[in-house]
Design a protein around this ligand. Structure first.
Ligand code: ADP
Length: 503
């Protein structure tokens, strides 16, 4: 369905720099690439070298208006299509994304600095999986018949909300975009996405690929800054649902703006996720589990990163020593190199923010900073935003490093003596996104799992978002769920009641 000719290569393109350059200066609106109406652009930088790799279109309210109007036009026809047919098209998109997995992985590694082998390739695979999962759910958009009176047929039907405005961050932009776009589309909505200013390229390419399958206007992509492009999208009168992933501060601004129009919002806002390790755990597996839980391969730039680790006192010292050894063995380097485990921080601003936390931790009396791994030696990477992971011990619960989301490769390990006290500490947080428990005593694990204030609790594992499992937090971690059937039904449709009096 894509208008041709268009500026990007049609086939799988493994030259990520060439593809980045071809994607320069463009939004994707109404089935075609278009520049920003103002003609403005901003630079996209490779955080591993500091070099600009592309220019992104700098969207503003005029671009938002054009995209939303196109999406509103397209939505009327899209909603008329049988839900299973919509699902089948989304399924076809998933197949196309699978074909382009390696291309997308290389592109996202280039713009975000996330290592290809450990992160970027994984994300590109999960994205296709999310579209595939939702593509199969079209026939679940069904209603109920409701007993009312013998001569009255009373039924409910699921109807789409209209145009969905989706705002995404830079840490896993393709995946977080998929969690919003896939259910929205299958449910009969059309979507305008505002990408994160640090990572606009891979999601733009995905939008183009999917527009080869979808009718024009169903899926639109804008790039630009938050206040100039995100805010007008949230405020646009034709946007009937807002879905947002990002910081708590911005989430509150978005929720207030949506409240002005009385449209529903889904918010995924981050966390300070506790990992609780009991002395009876499977020790070696749990040390490895701490590495994955802390998302060190993503430089800790994850809402579910286990940035508070509580270890039962008898194994505390051994656990810290083994964890440090394991993180030391991780290779930091060029994100596109297959040997690399750990890439870079996304941007200079984020780098400074994380460093400030590390400095504050180091200055705290009694604290010990265990700096791990080694910075890359390659001179080509000397301007790269590489930051050594830090494991802190000796910090108390009053520390900002224990209370605030750092969004970097920094975790704090604290000892505990009993289940009740560690539960109280774990719950003593503004956040409530995820938690994990590591023990062979499943009775204790299940009891604590019920009492932990978190949207997702895992025992003896700590996986990232999975299709079919509801994902989303409580407290300041957000509102609403993603990734599941319920997420589609509850957040992207409304239930209409129809009553027919046959008396
Ligand atoms: P981060 O600090 O991780 O960049 P933000 O919450 O600021 O987190 O950004 C997440 C997304 O929200 C980005 O796409 C950003 O452009 C967008 N954004 C920022 N400010 C606003 C705003 N006022 N209205 C709508 N979107 C915004």
């Amino acid at each position: 369905m894509l208008d041709t000719p268009h500026p990007t290569p049609a086939g799988v393109t493994l030259d990520e720099r060439k593809l980045a350059a071809a994607l320069s200066g463009l939004h994707f609106i109404g089935g075609r690439y278009v520049p920003a109406l103002s003609g403005k652009t901003f630079e996209v930088v490779n955080p591993a070298t500091g070099e600009p790799v592309a220019k992104a279109a700098e969207g503003d309210a005029a671009d938002v208006d054009a995209a939303v109007r196109d999406a509103a036009r397209a939505q009327k026809e899209w909603a008329k299509m049988p839900a299973r047919k919509r699902g089948a098209l989304v399924h076809q998109c998933a197949a196309l994304l699978k074909e382009h997995q390696e291309e997308l992985a290389r592109l996202i590694a280039l713009e975000t600095g996330k290592a290809l082998r450990t992160e970027s390739r994984v994300e590109a695979g999960v994205v296709a999986d999310i579209f595939e999962f939702y593509g199969g759910l079209g026939s679940e958009l069904k209603g109920e018949s409701v007993p009312f009176a013998p001569n009255v047929l009373s039924v409910t039907v699921r109807e789409p909300l209209g145009v969905v405005g989706a705002i995404i961050p830079w840490n896993v932009p393709m995946l977080l975009m998929a969690l919003k776009v896939a259910p929205a589309l299958v449910a009969g909505n059309t979507v305008v996405v505002k990408s994160a200013e640090e990572a606009p390229l891979a999601v733009l390419r995905i939008c183009e690929l999917m527009n080869r399958v979808l009718p024009p206007g169903c899926f639109n992509m804008l790039s630009g800054f938050g206040p100039e492009c995100g805010a007008p999208l949230v405020a646009h009168p034709l946007v009937r649902k807002v879905t947002f992933t990002g910081s708590v501060e911005t989430g509150k601004i978005v929720a207030k703006a949506a409240a002005e129009k009385l449209v529903p919002v889904t918010l995924e806002l981050g966390g300070k996720s506790p990992m609780i390790v009991f002395a009876d755990c499977d020790f070696a597996k749990t040390v490895q589990g701490a590495l994955t839980s802390m998302r060190f391969t993503r430089q800790g730039q994850s809402c579910t990163a286990a940035s508070r680790i509580y270890v039962e006192r008898p194994i505390f010292d051994r656990f810290v020593a083994e964890m440090k050894k394991a993180v030391d063995a991780m290779v930091m380097g060029d994100p596109l190199d297959e040997k690399t485990d750990i890439g870079t921080i996304i941007s200079p601003g984020q780098f400074e923010k994380v460093q400030a936390y590390i400095e504050e931790g180091k200055r705290t009396p009694g604290a010990v900073a265990h700096e791990c791994s080694a910075l890359p030696k390659d001179p080509a990477l000397k301007k790269g935003l590489f930051l050594r992971p830090v494991i802190f011990t000796g910090l108390t619960k009053e520390s900002r490093l224990v209370r605030e989301e750092i969004f970097g490769p920094v975790t704090v390990i604290q000892p505990f003596d009993d289940a009740e006290s560690v539960l109280a500490e774990a719950n003593d947080s503004d956040y409530g996104l995820a938690a994990s428990l590591w023990t062979n005593n499943l009775k204790v694990a299940l009891d604590l799992a019920h009492r932990l204030e978190a949207g997702l609790v895992q025992v003896n594992q700590n996986l990232v978002v999975q299709a079919n499992l509801s994902y989303g937090g409580v407290k300041s971690s957000g509102l609403g769920k993603e990734a599941s059937l319920e997420a589609m039904l509850e957040h992207f449709t409304h239930k209409k009641t129809i009553m027919v009096n046959m008396g």
